[in-house]
Design a protein around this ligand. Structure first.
Ligand SMILES: Nc1ncnc2c1ncn2[C@@H]1O[C@H](COP(=O)(O)OP(=O)(O)OP(=O)(O)O)[C@@H](O)[C@H]1O
Length: 559
């Protein structure tokens, strides 16, 4: 944030300077009126009129140019805000979301947009113009104290009206936004289950629920729009009335020979200028408040990112894994998911993690990759805590196939190349290692096949095999596969088993979470988990023998 301010400060200084000049030049039309009525008309001097006209026109042209520069400067400010904040914010939001998908804290990206919006909006220039309102009021006061007091009252009245409007409409608008979002989100999220809605004939029930939500929104909308229409009309009326009353007051002063006609007209022009920025600031009030809240959240987020500091680049790992007294508790939950897990794998060793549902296998897989951070203890890759390893540096050394496969919209090749520059040789090599090359070349456009949003144009089995190729892209030293065979057919299972033995012979440390025995034959060690604890861990043959002995004993007992 400090860096951002260092960049913004000089530009804001220029913006202030331009605003100063523009507001100074705004005095020109009022002076022109004053001079025309008080000097040109009484003296019938056409030369003076010409000089005044030329001078005022010149001032207006300069003002136009300055206004243009001021707007261009705002665009530069907006882009700078985005450029400076977006990279850190996106990285931190991705990290937070990966760690706690439902814990919120994803508004950072929207906050950058809100801040950029403020810097490019008229609300910002209004902030620079608003301090001039008292100067215009003083100028009116200097013309005549009574006119000055009238102008102060007029500005105060407009301010009060705008404030009242904001107060009265704020709650209704916030409720409207929230409920409107809820109604559309409800339908959108239900549409993800469109197959179920269609198959079970549930669409009319969804419609009924959506209508109930929508009715609430419509009722709120009606009351909010009634209020805002009323206030808009009232504001217009008050504005006109103020102008009329000020002219009337001016005319009275002229008639009673306390002021000149020029003063009367000039003060009307000045009053218009005094009211405008005040109205604009109040009109942009919601945006300013939202931008301030966004700024505070971003400051917190940037501080969080700053705490990590610049992490030193580390050499590529060999693949030794040490899980050290590892426990994990989800945010907001009292009960740990994992309790004091400890194990070690030498570089190139493979491990199968097995156990009943909800034993904590996927949680352990996420902790192994460093996507989640341990509550206590650590997972160390070559002695370095994976949760602290800079993700950009660690990513290429890690291969990960999560339980719920997510492909990105793009081609098969782009997905395998992890969204980076497609290196055809490396992409094919990864597909060959994953034994997915033949399946991919059999697709409509081979490696150039578009997978669609979330990879939905492919079957779940095809997605899983492409995800495996993505995991094996480059030269990963640690590969974590979370149920990589859940959607595979017989041929897919064989291809996966071959890929896993290939990894073993290439010396890649591999961890496979699985329910099926087909892969267990290809691993060095087995970890049996139950209720978040290690039930058994050791060489595959020993653990298998022990499990067989135990199941035989159970059968004998039952018999
Ligand atoms: N984000 C989360 N917040 C709270 N609890 C969670 C979260 N993720 C998982 N859990 C809980 O942790 C426990 C272990 O879940 P996990 O997915 O690790 O089990 P698993 O052994 O992989 O199960 P399965 O074999 O069914 O995939 C479950 O009881 C689950 O409810």
């Amino acid at each position: 944030m400090n860096l951002l301010w260092t960049d913004l400060r000089p530009l804001l200084g220029y913006l202030g300077l331009f605003s100063f000049c523009i507001n100074l030049l705004y005095l020109a039309p009022a002076l022109f009126m004053l001079q025309v009525f008080d000097r040109v008309l009484p003296t019938n001097s056409q030369e003076t009129l010409l000089v005044l006209l030329a001078g005022t026109a010149g001032a207006l042209v300069v003002m136009l140019l300055l206004d243009f520069v001021r707007h261009s400067l705002q665009a530069v400010l907006g882009n700078l805000v985005e450029q400076r904040l977006a990279p850190t914010v996106v990285c931190t939001v991705v990290e937070r979301t990966a760690r706690a998908p439902h814990a919120g804290g994803q508004e950072g990206i929207r906050d950058v947009a809100a801040l950029k919006n403020l810097f490019t909006s008229p609300g910002l220039t209004a902030l620079f113009d608003a301090p001039w309102a008292p100067i215009y009021l003083l100028a009116i006061y200097a013309c005549h104290p009574m006119l000055g007091m009238g102008a102060v009252l007029a500005v105060a009245l407009m301010l009060a009206l705008a404030w009242l409007n904001d107060r009265l409409s704020r709650r209704a608008l916030e409720g409207l936004q929230k409920d409107g979002r809820r109604a559309s989100q409800y339908v959108e999220s239900s549409l993800r289950n469109a197959e179920v809605l269609q198959a079970l004939g549930m669409t009319h029930k969804l419609l009924a629920r959506w209508r109930a939500l929508q009715d609430e929104v419509t009722a709120m909308q009606a009351s909010a729009s009634r209020g805002s229409v009323l206030f808009a009309a009232l504001t217009r009326f008050v504005r006109q009335a103020i102008q009329m009353l000020m002219v009337a007051l001016g005319a009275y002063l002229v008639l009673s020979q306390q002021a000149s006609a020029g003063v009367m007209i000039a003060t009307t022009v000045l009053l218009g200028r005094a009211i405008q920025p005040v109205e604009q600031v109040v009109g942009s009030w919601r945006m300013l408040v939202d931008a301030r809240a966004a700024y505070r959240r971003l400051r917190g987020l940037m501080a969080e990112a700053g705490q990590r500091g610049e992490q030193m680049a580390l050499p590529g790992p060999a693949g030794r894994i040490d899980v050290d007294n590892l426990s994990y508790r989800a945010a907001g939950s009292d009960k740990p998911i994992l309790y004091s897990i400890a194990l070690s794998l030498a570089p190139g060793e493979s491990l199968a993690v097995i156990g009943p549902s909800a034993a904590g296998k996927s949680t352990l897989a996420r902790l192994m990759t460093g996507v989640w951070a341990a509550s206590t203890g650590a997972v160390r890759l070559d002695g370095v805590d994976v949760a602290c390893w800079p993700r950009r540096d660690l990513g290429p050394w890690i291969g990960y196939v999560p339980q719920d496969i997510e492909l990105f919209d793009g081609t098969v090749a782009e997905n395998i190349a992890r969204l980076g520059q497609v290196d055809a040789e490396a992409v094919v090599a990864a597909a060959v290692r994953a034994n997915a090359h033949e399946m991919i070349v059999g697709l409509a456009a081979g490696y150039d096949t578009q997978v669609g949003e979330h990879g939905l144009r492919l079957s779940p089995g095809q997605r899983q095999r492409i995800a495996l190729a993505r995991a094996l892209y480059g030269d990963p030293r640690l590969v974590v596969l979370d149920e990589p065979n859940s959607n595979l057919d017989g041929a897919g299972e064989v291809a996966l088993a071959r890929a896993v033995s290939g990894l073993r012979s290439q010396g890649v440390t591999t961890i496979i979470v699985t329910h099926r025995p087909s892969l267990i034959a290809h691993v060095d060690k087995i970890l049996v988990m139950d209720g978040g604890r290690v039930k058994r861990f050791g060489p595959a043959a020993e653990v298998m023998k022990e499990m067989q002995r135990q199941s035989q004993a159970a059968v004998d007992r039952a018999a």
